[in-house]
Structures are given as C-alpha cells and as structure tokens.
Design a protein around this ligand. Structure first.
Ligand code: AMP
Ligand code: MN
Ligand code: MN
Ligand code: MN
Length: 283
C-alpha cells in the first residue's frame, strides 16, 4: 500500500539536502497528506515548511530529533512531535547542542589534518547551510577535497565511531531530551529503536510516549514486533523514512515505508490530552 504519511524527515536546516520548501514540494508531488519535519537539534526549518504547505492539503507536524548518549550503549535518538518551535527553553538547549557541533567539527578537522586530509573550514560552513554542522557535511567536504571517493567511505574510514577522526560531542541524556520535549509541549518518541530495546522500560518511566516501528531498514516482521512492543508499554506507534535527500541514506525519497493513518491520529489524541492537562485548573 502506498504511504501518504512520513513522520521522519530531514532538511537543509540540519543534515538533509533538500530545503524545507523543496521537501514540502516533493511531499505534495507524491500526494502525501501528513509529514513531520524532524531535523537534528533544530526547529529552524519549521516556519519555512509550514509556509510552503499553507493552502495545500498537506499537514506539516513540527518536530525535532535529538541525539542522546547512554553510557556503554549505542546513540539513542529521541523524536519530539508537535513541539512549539519558538519555545525559549527548548531553543536554549538546542542552541547549546548546535554550539557543541561546531566545536566537534573543529576538533574533527584537526584530526583529519593530522591524518593528511586538510579541509577548508569555510567550505564546511558553506556546505552545512546553517548552524547545524553534522558529520555528513564533513564527509561531503572530504569528498569535495578529493580525500575520499564517497560519503559512505568517509564514514567508513574516518568519521564512524572508532575511526581515526571520530570525535565525541556534548549530548543530552535521554531523560533530559524527554523532559525538554515535554516542556515545549511536544510528544517524545524513541526513533529507530532496534539497537536500544533494553532501554525502553527506563525511558517509559521517564515519560516516553511513543515508539518508531515503521522504518525503511526494518523488515515487516520486525515492524510488527515493534508495534506489539509499543502496545505492551502503552506507547504510540509512529514511523517514517528518515529521508535526508536523494541518495544520502537508505531512503531515496520520502514515504518509502508504509505508515498507517492511525499513527497521526494517536499523536493528535495524545496532544489533546497533554494540552488539557496543561490547562490551569478552574477555581
Ligand atoms: P552527527 O549527528 O553529526 O554525529 O551525524 C550523524 C548523522 O550522520 C546521521 O544522522 C546520519 O544522517 C549520518 N550518517 C551516519 N552514518 C552514516 C553513514 N555510514 N553514511 C552516511 N551517513 C551517515
Ligand atoms: Mn542525519
Ligand atoms: Mn536518528
Ligand atoms: Mn533522523
């Protein structure tokens, strides 16, 4: 069945290659009904996406994706749906994370220079097109400078965890990410959870509200397993392509994975309940 929904998309506001407007146009061209813009550590693309979709039949859910660290485990990514993109406290936290990315990028370039791969800082900033500098931008800069043939190999030989130019950056804990998403009126959801399933019970205790079950690299039986796991913990089920632009990741275009309409309805129901609870009690 053709998917009309995609709740996990990146734009040039973080490490995607389509601008928010181009992303919305692509979604409209494909006949999608609902998308969520979930850029890493920024809500900076949301206004443009909402403007581009105005007057159309496409609903844009404001979102964000925050990478978090858990000691001794893989990175754990928390999506926030229906966040207030203007929320001051959220913006302060995201801004600190973006600054840490700049710092990490400088240290990565120093490592790369040591490894015989000098890069131009100005070119890297130009590639990032904004204030979120990600490893994909550094990978592209390595390709542009002729140090390596593909972005994939740039990760494989230099930038992936454990390789010579991998540098850690400051990250929130999952609990902090959940807390800040709630503070901004949003719904915290665990992204691509395959490698972090053992953390789900503690995340649920911290207020996790959803689980991403529909994901392009997850075979159907695994998606079904995740839907059942979500039900067991009373979590909302979500899904999306994690599209970053044509040819960047596994998802070559939006909506490559089927995401059922009930996911959008469950998010809306949850939002209504959260907003009701946030209302001051009448006296
Ligand atoms: P960062 O958040 O800057 O540490 O970079 C992580 C991002 O790099 C992910 O969100 C993906 O978009 C991208 N990425 C991670 N691994 C790879 C890979 N092997 N090839 C291409 N892109 C990757
Ligand atoms: Mn990314
Ligand atoms: Mn992610
Ligand atoms: Mn993502």
């Amino acid at each position: 069945m053709k998917s009309r929904i995609d709740l996990h998309l990146h734009s040039t506001a973080s490490d995607g290659t389509l601008s928010p407007t181009e992303l919305v146009r692509a979604a409209l061209g494909m006949g999608l009904t609902t998308i969520a813009l979930t850029d890493h550590d920024t809500t900076g693309g949301i206004r443009e996406a909402l403007d581009a979709a105005r007057g159309s039949n496409l609903t844009v859910i404001p979102g964000v994706e925050i990478s978090t660290d858990v000691p001794g485990a893989n990175e754990l990514h928390i999506l926030g749906y229906h966040v207030d993109p203007q929320h001051a406290q959220l913006e302060a936290r995201l801004s600190a994370l973006r600054h840490a990315r700049v710092d990490r990028a400088r240290r990565t370039l120093a490592c790369l220079a040591q490894a015989g791969c000098p890069l131009s800082w100005d070119h890297l900033v130009e590639l990032s097109q904004g204030d979120v500098i990600g490893r994909p931008h550094i990978a592209q800069a390595l390709v542009d400078a002729g140090h390596i043939d593909t972005v994939h190999n740039a990760f494989r030989y230099y930038l992936a965890k454990g390789r010579s130019a991998y540098v850690d950056r400051y990250k929130l804990t999952p609990h902090e990410a959940i807390e800040i998403i709630f503070a901004a009126g949003g719904i915290p959801v665990l992204a691509h959870p395959r490698h972090v399933l053992s953390h789900i019970p503690s995340l649920v205790r911290a207020g996790l509200a959803g689980l991403e079950a529909f994901y392009p690299t997850y075979p159907e039986p695994e998606q079904t397993f995740l839907v059942n796991l979500a039900r067991k913990h009373d979590l909302i089920v979500t899904g999306g392509s994690d599209f970053h632009g044509p040819g960047i990741t596994e998802a070559s275009e939006p909506a490559v994975v089927y995401v059922p309409p009930y996911t959008v309805a469950e998010l809306s129901d949850r939002l209504r309940r959260q907003r009701r609870q946030a209302l001051p009690l009448a006296t």
